[in-house]
Design a protein around this ligand. Structure first.
Ligand code: GDP
Ligand code: IMO
Ligand code: MG
Length: 430
């Protein structure tokens, strides 16, 4: 396989960082193509955990090269902080190792401010991460945003910042009753970081094309999850980018014909941070048991918020598999299910007299669907040391088989703990 696209199969935090890190052992390039530092991808090596927000998770190997594609929104101060932390840990992050597409969008301090103010004004309507993601993508779509290419024309950059600040000041003062910003001060807040990043800025799609021509092994790291996709997610409770498989094409310049395999990373149960419908949510004791079930616990890697927990929802998973053309599943956190006696799985929805085995995309229905469940017995054994599928308890094997049947695609790897080696590989992807 030379090009594999990974997609978060639920509402995020499925363990993408962990799976991408495992797969990166065998790849040449890891590519991020959407989202920004709303993402929090955790990698555990031994007992040391690293959380990536913007940098592709493959960077912990010496041999990998990474690309941040045009579809990503990059906060310059955050990425520089991440680069410096890695450099302090002994990794060298040269322009050769980290390419940043010139067409990527720049998150400016006012984007974060506006994100926070709108959440405050609406009483936390969406529960965003307040990292400026929505306002930055809005500027991109409004065709006023700053791109990394703008760094190569100082006068143009200055003019664009001034025009943006002028417009944001109208919003800040008239809508939110706040003090206006000063364009020079805004530029000063980011100038050191931008100078550090400039040597990395390049023709990202060109870099990718070259890697494809050289037959390199390329892994696409999805951020967020397919149910947070701006078009296909549980709108309006979504993020502002295309998190489904298609985003990897528009967010990097990857030709459609180059994709060899599309894999969804799917937690063995389901979680969500922030607002929005969650038909299989367990709000009581069982939810709490799942939240505290693993060695790490279900708390946001970016914001620290407790994650809402519930059961795997096949009506939603089938929808994701269909829309992203998923050909295999990497299942994570199977070890956590040891903490419950009974595992439930949402099999179908009933609403307004209609039964749906696959969600139909109308997110307005999700608040009032009645979920039909299947029930499976759990297992008492600690499975975090298992490395071969055959060695799993029969009940765990049966559960995996039921998800394969329900989703209509094979489970190609199973993660049984946060650490790099806690993995069962059923099919090698590279
Ligand atoms: P991501 O955003 O999809 O990369 O996921 P996060 O890093 O936000 O959250 C996943 C959490 O689960 C992290 O703390 C991981 O270290 C942890 N994790 C990943 N895979 C497994 C697993 O198979 N079992 C357990 N118990 N924890 C896991
Ligand atoms: P990773 O990549 C989980 C959620 C937020 C909020 C909604 C919109 O770690 O899986 P935004 O700040 O993007 O405008 O917030 O999306 N959200 C995530 N939830 N994991 C993430 O990333 C998320 N990124 C955004 O909680 O509900
Ligand atoms: Mg996360």
């Amino acid at each position: 396989m030379s090009v594999v696209v990974t997609v978060g199969g639920q509402w995020g935090d499925e363990g993408k960082g962990k799976v991408v890190d495992v797969l990166s052992a065998d790849v040449d390039w890891v590519v991020r193509h959407q989202g920004g530092n709303n993402a929090g991808h955790t990698i555990m090596i031994g007992d040391k955990s690293t959380i990536f927000h913007l940098l592709p998770s493959g960077l912990l190997y010496e041999h990998t090269r990474c690309l941040i594609g045009n579809g990503v929104v990059i906060d310059p101060n955050v990425i520089v902080e991440e680069i410096e932390a890695l450099e302090q840990a002994g990794h060298s992050i040269t322009p050769e190792r980290l390419a940043i597409s010139g067409q990527a969008s720049m998150i400016m301090p006012y984007h974060c401010q506006l994100d926070g103010l709108e959440e405050e004004r609406t009483g936390g309507r969406l529960g965003t991460t307040k990292r400026g993601i929505g306002p930055c993508y809005a500027d991109k779509i409004n065709r006023v945003g700053l791109r990394y290419w703008d760094l190569f024309d100082e006068a143009l950059f200055k003019e664009k910042v001034e025009k943006n600040v002028e417009q944001k000041n109208l919003i800040l003062t008239r809508l939110y009753d706040k003090e206006p910003l000063n364009a020079k001060a805004v530029m000063e807040q980011v100038q050191d970081s931008l100078a550090r990043l400039k040597p990395h800025v390049c023709d990202g799609a060109g870099v990718l094309k070259q890697a494809l021509q050289e037959n390199k092994k390329i892994l696409f790291e999805g951020a967020q999850g397919a149910l947070l996709d701006i078009d296909f997610g549980t709108y309006p409770y979504v993020t502002s980018s295309n998190t489904m498989a298609g985003g990897s094409l528009t967010g990097s310049g990857l030709p459609m014909s180059a994709v060899d395999r599309i894999i969804a990373i799917v937690k063995a149960f389901q979680t969500r941070v922030g607002s929005g419908p969650f038909p299989t949510e367990e709000t009581g004791e069982i939810g709490n048991t799942l939240r505290h079930g693993g060695p790490v616990g279900e708390f946001g890697a970016t914001t620290g918020r407790p994650r809402r927990c519930g059961w795997l929802d096949l009506a939603l998973l089938r929808y994701v598999v269909r829309n992203s053309g998923i050909q295999g599943i990497a299942m994570t956190k199977l070890d956590v299910l040891s903490v419950v006696d009974e595992i439930k799985v949402g099999r179908a929805y009933n609403v307004d007299g209609v039964r749906y085995e696959t969600f139909n995309g109308d997110a307005n229905l999700l608040d009032r669907v009645e979920v039909e469940y299947d029930s499976f017995p759990s297992w008492d054994e600690d499975i975090s040391g298992v490395r071969n599928f055959e060695d799993l308890p029969q009940t765990a094997k049966d559960y995996v088989a039921a998800i394969e049947k329900g989703a209509g695609c094979p489970v190609v790897m199973i993660s049984v703990g946060p650490a790099r080696d806690q993995i069962i590989i059923r099919e090698k992807l590279f």
